[in-house]
Design a binder for this molecule. Structure first.
Ligand code: VOV
Length: 249
C-alpha cells in the first residue's frame, strides 16, 4: 500500500503582509490620502462581491508587533487569481506608502487520512465548505508556518501510514477541545512556499491561541515532529475601520 496520501486541495491562499510607511503617508496631502482611501475602499468592495459570489474570500487584519502592520488575507480558486489580487493592491495609491513585508502562499487542505471507497469527498457539502471557506469573522487571527521534521529517527515521512494516521487522530482530539473557541484553516505549501503548511487560527479571544498552541506541544505529532516558523498575530480590520486606522494628524 502506498505511504503517500494526497490531501484534498481547496482554494489557493495568500497571506500578504504589509508594513506602512507612515512618514510617506503623512507627507501626502489630505486630498491625496482621501483619494487613496477611496480607491482602497472600492477594491475591498470588489473583493467583497467576489466573496458574496462564493468565488473567493478576503479579510483585512492589523498585525501587532514589528513583523508587519497589515495582513491582506486572500483566498481564490486559482493561483493566477491570487496574483491578480496582489497586483491590483500593488497598483493602488495607498500601496505607494506600504512595503511588502512577508507573504505566504499555500492551498487550503484537508487531510484525507480516512478515504472511503466509492465516495467523492469533493462532492460532500461539509467538505466543500472547508476547502472553499468564507474567512471567519472573528476578531483575532494567528498565523504561522510549520514543517513535519525529517531528522534521523524523527522523520515524519518515514513513519508508516497507520502511525501517522494515529498521531493525527490524537491531534484532532486535542483540537476538538477548542470547538467554539478556535477555528483553523490548515493550508499545504510543500512546493509552494518555504514551509510545508500554513496554520491560520481564528478566535475572538487571543489567549486561546496561546492555550491551543501550548497544549498541542504535548501531542506527539507536535512535540516530536513539529517545527515552527514565525508567529504573526493581529485583529480584524472591518471596511468601516480602514479610514480611522489610516487617519494621521
Ligand atoms: C482548532 C482546532 C484544530 C482541530 C479541530 C484540528 C483538527 C485536525 C484534523 C482532524 C486534522 C487531520 C485531517 C484534516 O482535517 O486535515 C488536522 C490536520 C492538521 N492540523 Fe490540525 N486541528 C486544529 C488546530 C491545529 C493547530 C493549532 C495546528 C498547528 C500545530 C501546532 O502544534 O501548533 C494544526 C496543524 C495541523 C496540520 C499541519 C495538519 C495537516 C497534517 C498532515 O500531516 O496532514 N492544527 N487537524
Amino acid at each position: 500500500m502506498s505511504q503517500v496520501l494526497h490531501a484534498l486541495d481547496g482554494w489557493y491562499m495568500l497571506h500578504d503582509f504589509r508594513t506602512i510607511d507612515w512618514s510617506s503617508w503623512r507627507a501626502r496631502s489630505k486630498e491625496e490620502r482621501q483619494a487613496a482611501l477611496d480607491e482602497l475602499s472600492s477594491l475591498l468592495a470588489e473583493w467583497k462581491q467576489i466573496e458574496d459570489q462564493n468565488e473567493g474570500s478576503t479579510a483585512l487584519y492589523t498585525i501587532v508587533g514589528h513583523k508587519a502592520d497589515l495582513l491582506f488575507l486572500n483566498l481564490r480558486p486559482a493561483l493566477e487569481d491570487l496574483g491578480k489580487v496582489e497586483t491590483a493592491l500593488n497598483k493602488t495609491k495607498i500601496a505607494e506608502s506600504m512595503f511588502s513585508g512577508y507573504s505566504y502562499l499555500s492551498v487550503v487542505e484537508l487531510g484525507n487520512y480516512l478515504p472511503r471507497e466509492g465516495f467523492d469527498p469533493y462532492q460532500d457539502p461539509a467538505i466543500r465548505n472547508r476547502l472553499y471557506p468564507k474567512l471567519p469573522q472573528t476578531n483575532n487571527i494567528c498565523f504561522y508556518p510549520m514543517n513535519k521534521k525529517r531528522e534521523g529517527n524523527d522523520n515524519w515521512y518515514s513513519l508508516p501510514l497507520e502511525q501517522r494516521r494515529e498521531l493525527m487522530r490524537a491531534h484532532g482530539l486535542t483540537g476538538r477541545q477548542y470547538a467554539g473557541k478556535v477555528t483553523q484553516i490548515v493550508s499545504g505549501s510543500t512546493g509552494l512556499d518555504d514551509w510545508e503548511w500554513g496554520v491560520t487560527l481564528f478566535s475572538d479571544d487571543p489567549i486561546q491561541f496561546k492555550r491551543i498552541v501550548y497544549e498541542m506541544r504535548f501531542d506527539e505529532v507536535s512535540a516530536r515532529y513539529g517545527e515552527f516558523g514565525e508567529f504573526l498575530v493581529g485583529s480584524r480590520l472591518t471596511s468601516e475601520q480602514v479610514s480611522p486606522y489610516f487617519e494621521v494628524k
